[in-house]
Design a binder for this molecule. Structure first.
Ligand code: NAD
Length: 478
């Protein structure tokens, strides 16, 4: 018997959807079917795989209304749901076009070794079955961000999206079903953490996006199954605003980079460090911008800030704010989760007089919260920004790009936005590692986003005469 899971709607708080978690034996049977189908997929040329993924892009476009509506119900937001579908179509086409050349460049043939008669080829051999486990904050993009390059590499891909936002799965599967070449090559299954746990030992590579605690469990399961894991985990991104920065511009950008998607993005700005020289105008502008931000309630098509997708996250954000205030922080805007129509909303929350031991500085809040710390020297700001278990990304605002870059290079993070914030949300070409506990494994962005799904196989050709044993004798070695 499948386990039934009731799913809450973020705008009403009511459970109005139900999924059936795939049983472990059914999951294992699906994985076995996908393993049977994968060699035929890998035998196609990259160009053929690209043509098939372009057909999937067209199918997703044809089903975009249904997928967008489901994503809106999953997440409580309209515009970002449309963007998710559009960006998935773009990603399918981008990888379909880019992968063939990239694969060809990395397939080395006839390479001369230091031994005059020995030449070698290096082949790229895809992992057979890649598992993807994804979170709820961008349900569609994050279910497919690793899956698409893995498919282009020739892998079959089994995806377990978050149980918090599962409504998009069925309309997406309907689009996939219109591309028969993908039958048993890509599958999405419904389920929760237990389903994710059952998936890891069934695959040859696991690409996980989610929180640090779950990432640790997945890494341990992957180690035990002896498979590689790519982990894309949480963050606590700092933004440094230097004395030379334009305070108005920096404040507008800090606010945007903090509150987009209601702060429910791994690359959200969650800590701000501002130079004392411009702290006053910067904080004033931040508060003004915060107060001008509107909730997308009651009209989902209006405003900027949607409900918390996962009600539990609203409690975490509120607990961080309350703890900071109890320890002496001052609230200049926002600060209280509001229940409207059953959904949980938080207006941009500006906090000053914060200190490094507060949860709002140390732990991922995943909400539109902007704690501001004033600094007296750049060295102090860099030390404070680097005082974190995380190292996903960060930002530096300065009067010039050169000055921003010099400070950005000192941050222990995998990507730094210079004179902007959260640019990794839109720039996917630049390779980046996750530093610290923000993740493990090769970059999901740039070329290694695809190349990580291959093992290398060397074909070493002896074009002359193999050496006799005598060549290895203690006295005869040449
Ligand atoms: P989560 O860790 O709670 O869940 C993520 C996924 O793991 C879900 O599909 C869940 O069902 C599954 N899961 C739970 N227990 C499991 C287990 N024992 N074995 C296998 N799978 C299991 O994360 P979340 O709350 O859904 O997502 C929010 C987190 O994701 C935040 O920390 C955020 O920063 C992070 N995130 C990171 C990135 C990135 O690129 N670094 C992007 C988006 C989100």
């Amino acid at each position: 018997m499948s386990r039934l899971l009731d799913i809450a709607n973020p705008r009403t708080g009511r459970t109005d959807y139900r999924i059936a978690a795939l049983d472990p034996p059914d999951l294992a049977a699906l994985a076995a079917r996908m393993r049977t189908a994968q060699p035929g997929w890998a035998a196609r040329s990259p160009e053929e795989r690209g043509t098939i993924l372009k057909a999937l892009a067209e199918a997703v476009s044809r089903h975009s209304d249904a997928i967008t509506a489901a994503l809106s119900a999953d997440t409580g937001r309209a515009g970002i749901s449309r963007t998710e579908v559009m960006s998935t179509v773009q990603s399918l086409n981008r990888w379909a076009n880019a992968a063939p050349g990239l694969i060809e460049r990395h397939m080395v043939s006839g390479f001369q070794t230091v031994h005059p008669t020995i030449r070698t080829d290096v082949r790229l051999v895809p992992y057979q079955l890649v598992g993807v486990i994804s979170p709820w904050n961008f349900p569609l993009i994050l279910a497919l961000i690793d899956a698409i390059p893995a498919l282009m590499a020739g892998c079959a891909v089994l995806i377990k999206p978050s149980e918090v936002t599962p409504r998009f799965v069925r309309p997406l599967m309907a689009a996939i079903a219109e591309v028969p070449d993908l039958a048993d090559i890509i599958a999405l299954v419904e389920g929760d953490g237990a389903t994710g746990g059952a998936l890891v030992p069934l695959v040859d590579y696991i690409a996980f996006t989610g929180s640090v605690p779950t990432g640790r469990k997945v890494a341990e399961a992957a180690a035990s199954a002896f498979i590689p894991a790519s982990l894309e985990l949480g963050g606590k991104d700092p933004m440094l605003v230097l004395a030379s920065a334009d305070p108005e511009k920096a404040a507008a950008t800090a606010l945007r980079a903090s509150v987009v998607n209601s702060g429910q993005a791994c690359q959200s700005i969650e800590r701000i460090y501002v130079a004392r020289e411009i702290a006053e105008p910067f904080i004033a502008a931040l508060v003004r911008n915060a107060e001008a931000t509107e909730l997308n309630y009651p009209d989902i098509d209006q405003g900027h800030i949607g409900p918390f997708i996962f009600a539990r996250q609203a409690e975490i954000a509120q607990a961080h704010i309350d703890e900071a205030v109890a320890r002496g922080a001052r609230l200049l805007a926002g600060g209280k989760v509001e229940t409207l129509g059953g959904g949980k909303y938080l207006r941009p929350t500006v906090l000053v007089d914060v200190s490094p031991e507060m949860a709002v500085i140390r732990e991922e809040s995943f909400g539109p919260i902007l704690p501001v710390t004033v600094f007296d020297s750049v060295d102090e700001a860099v030390t404070l920004a680097n005082d974190s278990i995380y190292g996903l990304s960060g930002a530096v605002f300065a009067g010039s790009l050169e000055e921003a870059e010099a400070v950005g290079k000192r941050l222990n993070v995998g990507a730094v936005s210079l004179n902007d914030g959260s640019l990794t949300a839109i720039v996917w070409e630049a390779e980046k590692s996750s530093f610290g506990m923000s993740g493990m494994g090769p970059s999901r962005m740039g070329d290694s986003g695809l190349l990580r799904f291959f093992r290398r196989q060397a074909l070493i050709r002896q074009c002359g005469t193999p050496l006799p044993l005598a060549a290895y004798g203690e006295r005869g070695a040449a």
